[in-house]
Ligand binder design. Structure first.
Ligand SMILES: NC(=O)c1ccc[n+]([C@@H]2O[C@H](COP(=O)([O-])OP(=O)(O)OC[C@H]3O[C@@H](n4cnc5c(N)ncnc54)[C@H](O)[C@@H]3O)[C@@H](O)[C@H]2O)c1
Length: 448
């Protein structure tokens, strides 16, 4: 990752200017996209490719399709059924047939007329797709958690930094006004000095397939490139209940409820604590796990106790009813709780109004009213988004460390500055995973 990006939005525009000057028609925006009512001219639109349709792809893509200064020009998926759905959705929206379909994300990302990508692929694919996007000069809207391991997260952080990309994480709660208000109450010391934080996440597993017998090995369906879908993960027989959506319940591809949710509620916890650039120094997790060889083998119940600087402790728990879903900060002078469906606090005055009153808010947090719009604005301004890559890295680290502590069944010490686990070889090994050939995070996987 030493070379500079091959392309960027700016160089593409520069190319357009040169092409126009030489009376060569730039071919990068299809003719049918020209002249739409009240839309910025095609050369001023942010061109996007979407990777991964599945559960999260459609919502993210819809949010970009409705923005006038954005043009979704390509879709990619390893399964031909969702890929076709993606292409049809995008073409129906624009009333044309211009959306290009890709099976291999590297081919899509090699296009120099694409400015940005949306990545909604399973966690075991986050790092490879994100690093390749950066290497190809794309700005990235990428899903949480940042990646499946801390080492993969570090690779993404490095790539975003080296290639000077704009990054937005799908931790969209930061664009919700009641989450911002809750975090502002904490940041403004209204609850006094923070002493303890509770983060309640789900336990168990959710069966997204629900119907039919999908838990036994079969041949993969023809529409899915199962070998590539597994990508860097270890080879396992195809079981429908371990692939689309349910991949999160097996450690070969996901991290269970803990890693599925840590990028939401710990993300908000850190925002209030002003710890976007910090982390715990001691982590002790205990969990209940199905058998290692179970189709779904991720922890069904877990409790992780963490120590942070300034004498702050945190408990992250799933499947423990004493810890309420959401984020709750306790201070020497009160408490605040926030979740998707609610907000509560110890002082009725803090509840008044959508925003925290001016006389209470000396510190105002980054305001984003719509997460995807915030990304597009930052692609243009080159300013940081509301959930930049380092924030996402730190938001997910407590979940990764909690899982590692559960797996080695002991307390671990974390140095958040050099990102190492203190004197524990077995735990340190779990900061990364072996990649299955031919995939490698550190060299470009050239496609044929
Ligand atoms: N922000 C949120 O609120 C939220 C909610 C749900 C999921 N997510 C995240 O979104 C991501 C996707 O989750 P999901 O539930 O939509 O998964 P999913 O399995 O439903 O969809 C993933 C899609 O990606 C495709 N895919 C897999 N590997 C690919 C590759 N290398 N190239 C191209 N396509 C590939 C699959 O075929 C599938 O269609 C995950 O990171 C998840 O954590 C975020």
């Amino acid at each position: 990752m030493n070379s500079k990006p091959r392309h960027s939005a700016i160089s593409r525009r520069h190319f357009i200017a040169l092409a126009s000057a030489a009376a060569v028609a730039p071919t990068i925006i299809p003719a049918s996209a020209l002249g739409k009512d009240k839309r910025p001219s095609p050369s001023n639109r942010i061109t996007m490719g979407v990777v991964g349709w599945g559960m999260m792809g459609p919502g993210n893509t819809a949010a970009f399709l409705k923005e006038n200064d954005c043009q979704v020009v390509a879709a990619c998926d390893l399964d031909s059924i969702p890929l076709q759905k993606a292409v049809d959705t995008i073409n129906n929206h624009y009333g044309n047939k211009d959306c290009a379909a890709y099976h291999d994300y590297r081919k899509m990302m090699a296009r120099d007329d694409i400015d940005a990508v949306m990545l909604a692929v399973p966690d075991h694919w986050h790092a490879l797709t994100a690093v390749e996007a950066c290497r190809q000069g794309k700005d990235v809207y990428g899903e949480k958690p940042l990646a499946r391991t801390i080492a993969e997260q570090q690779a993404i952080v490095e790539a975003v930094h080296d290639y000077k990309r704009v990054w937005q994480t799908g931790s969209w709660q930061r664009s919700g006004s009641h989450f911002r208000k809750a975090a502002e109450i904490v940041r403004n010391d209204l609850i006094g000095k923070v002493t303890h934080v509770e983060v309640g996440l789900p336990g168990g597993h959710v069966d997204f397939k629900k119907t039919g017998d999908h838990m036994t090995p079969t041949a993969p369906p023809k529409n899915l490139d199962y070998n590539m879908w597994l990508g860097p993960s270890q080879m396992m027989p195809y079981i429908e209940g371990r692939v689309h959506m349910n991949w999160r319940w097996n450690y070969n591809t996901g991290g269970g409820q803990l890693l599925d949710w840590v990028g939401h509620h710990v993300d908000i916890a850190h925002w209030g604590m002003n710890f976007d650039d910090a982390g715990p120094y001691e982590v002790e997790g205990h969990g209940e796990f199905p058998a290692k060889d179970a189709v779904w083998n991720t922890a069904t119940k877990y409790r992780i106790n963490l120590k942070y600087p300034h004498d702050i402790t945190m408990t992250i728990a799933g499947g423990h009813p004493d810890i309420k879903m959401g984020t709750k900060w306790y201070g020497t002078n009160g408490w605040v709780w926030v979740d998707r469906g609610g907000f509560d606090c110890s002082n009725p005055d803090w509840k008044k109004g959508d925003d925290l009153a001016d006389d209470l808010a000396k510190v105002r947090l980054y305001r984003s009213d719509e997460h995807h719009r915030n990304f597009l604005d930052c692609v243009k301004s080159r300013k940081p988004t509301v959930t930049p890559v380092k924030t996402a890295h730190h938001s997910s680290i407590p979940g990764h460390l909690g899982l590692i502590s559960m797996l080695v069944n002991r307390k671990i010490q974390w140095n958040h500055l050099d990102e190492t686990i203190y004197k524990d070889k077995e735990a340190s090994k779990l900061l990364t995973r072996d990649y299955r050939d031919p995939w490698s995070l550190y060299k470009n996987n050239i496609f044929e």
